[in-house]
Ligand binder design. Sequence first.
Ligand SMILES: NC(=O)c1ccc[n+]([C@@H]2O[C@H](COP(=O)([O-])OP(=O)(O)OC[C@H]3O[C@@H](n4cnc5c(N)ncnc54)[C@H](O)[C@@H]3O)[C@@H](O)[C@H]2O)c1
Length: 260
Amino acid sequence: MDYQDLVKRFSLEGQTAVITGAGRGIGRGLAMALAKAGANIVVVDIIEENAKNTAALLVSKTGIKAYPYVADLRNPHRAKEYVKDILGECGKIDIVINNAGIQVRKPALEFTLEEWNSVLNIHLTASFAMAQAVVPGMIKQGGGKIINIASINGVIAIPNTIAYTAAKSGLAGLTRAMAVEWSRFNVRTNAIGPGYCRTELTEKLFQDPQRSEWVMGRIPMKRLAEPEDDLGYVAVFLASEASAYINGQVIYVDGGWLAS
Ligand SMILES: NC(=O)c1ccc[n+]([C@@H]2O[C@H](COP(=O)([O-])OP(=O)(O)OC[C@H]3O[C@@H](n4cnc5c(N)ncnc54)[C@H](O)[C@@H]3O)[C@@H](O)[C@H]2O)c1
């Protein structure tokens, strides 16, 4: 195999990727990596300014096409409408990354059902609804890839995150179920399970010296994950032909946390 063949297997040139929650944080890092691999990116976010900023950054750094798209994924029943709009703009969707998410941290006994539902809704229901809305188009065009952003919390439980832990555990099952049902249409589904990154989602935790020290103490590599460098290129791999036979898996990218 020559170098060009190797590059081709990892390339996403000409493909269109929809990434939810790409206005900042991990989603923005994933978007940058996929853009560097040649994909055009639809930057979906509830915060318009962030969606536009990410899209502008992608265009200026990589020269790909980027489309900001404002959507509130707390309304999963609108997924079909979102996907119709996006298809109207881009013509096709080859890759979907379900990344948008929220966290509610409090003791399980104090959780309201509204809080529980809000976390389950965006991590689990919206991921299902977005995939269900996109897959018919993927089938028509001969295939596609879905990547769900799970978490090490899908395997281990950390106190005060009961809904998030349940949602991320569910997302691992959802990933397997999608893979099993949609493989025959050449639609592959996998997930990435990040360890800790410093983003707005985790900022409060890292501002607490005791909890921050506890987290760092659990990571064998003694550093946090970087959205683009550590997670983004794993997403490129899972979206590309280099991972052609990987299906229904959660790839944990955690600096060794789960192994320790
Ligand atoms: N940060 C970590 O340590 C970590 C670890 C494991 C998994 N994750 C997962 O990674 C994903 C991204 O998290 P992050 O750390 O980048 O958080 P973040 O808060 O920085 O980013 C989340 C993004 O989702 C968007 N979003 C939130 N609610 C939305 C809605 N209703 N509709 C549309 N967009 C919405 C936000 O505007 C934001 O841009 C989440 O699924 C999270 O659970 C994060």
